[in-house]
Design a protein around this ligand. Sequence first.
Ligand code: PMP
Length: 391
Amino acid sequence: MSKFLLSNTVTAIQPSGIRKFFDLASSMDNVISLGVGEPDFVTPWNVREASIYSLETGHTAYTSNAGLLELREEVSRYLNRKFQVTYHEEEIIITVGASQGIDIALRTILNPGDEVIVIDPCFVAYAPLVSLAGGIPVHFSTSGKDEFKLNIEALANTITSKTKAILLCNPNNPTGTLLEKELLEQLADLVKKHNLLVISDEIYAELVYDEEYTSFANIEGMRDHTILISGFSKTFAMTGWRLGIVAAPTEIISHMLKVHQYAIMCAPTMSQHAAVEALRNGEADVQAMRRSYMQRRNFLVKSFQEIGLPCHMPGGAFYVFPSIENTGLTSEEFAQELLIKERVAVVPGNVFGECGEGYIRCSYATSLEKLIEASKRIQRFIQTIPVVEPV
Ligand code: PMP
């Protein structure tokens, strides 16, 4: 097909670097995957049952564009209960995953050429979504030396007169790094000074293990500067239901609703009925899953440290991000050779931005038995590389 028939923006975007490995891994037998970013748990039964019941009772039509009122009321209570933020149901939209929430946020706020700062290493969708919305993604690197925390002074130097927003992911995918309240307060000062918006992707906020979680919207003065993104995929093991949450002040959300309304109409009705049940009665399951993730995280971090791959203890999400620098391999070489020789799939850090080079992302959203076997295989693989000295 003639290139002229396609959008320049779309043709310039590269497909996700993660895919390549999964295509290779899925063509092989006996692979243990630490690659996927989704829970290995099945959605709790009562949640599935609520959806089945909604179908049995004939709830098969569209909901209101913003989502079922009953669900938005539950979301309003949930956000308040969990993160002490106050959003009226009119300030909430139920989206098709957090993914669509980020998309409509960007499409609502950007004019052509506006810059959005993405903090690398980050979720692979951020920069392409900024480009698709007509903006310019500006990459800001964090460093493994300080556990990929934000350096606010350096970030300040990235801001220009064209900067419209910062895309924040806390806790972070792929590093698992959790930003504490003091750092968020420093970021808030910057946001206030330059009158910016923060699209705060808090999809992993319930998967935080050692500390209290602070929502960016909860930082003093930040409610009016925040588009809060949350969802059901990770917390409630509901990736396939395609359901997310966006909360923002009326002046923003009312415009986001237009984008949502014309592009999507509404999120899937049967999923929304399931979500009501998840929010009302899901706490015990969330706690059990969190306990299990924490146990797996502790095992995996310890085992990487023993193997000789330095690895910080991530405060949240379900990823560890060990350094593979001392193997002398690039992250792509490491991932490819590990997959071929030992049949363990991990994601090379460079797909999450340049500063992810020298690291691999390993998801612990897989059973402890598999993690134990994977770490044995990784150790065997590492032993074939002479330069590594165990710590
Ligand atoms: N944000 C981050 C940081 C993610 O890791 C993911 C999923 N991998 C998403 C958003 C998308 O989640 P959803 O399934 O709700 O679209």
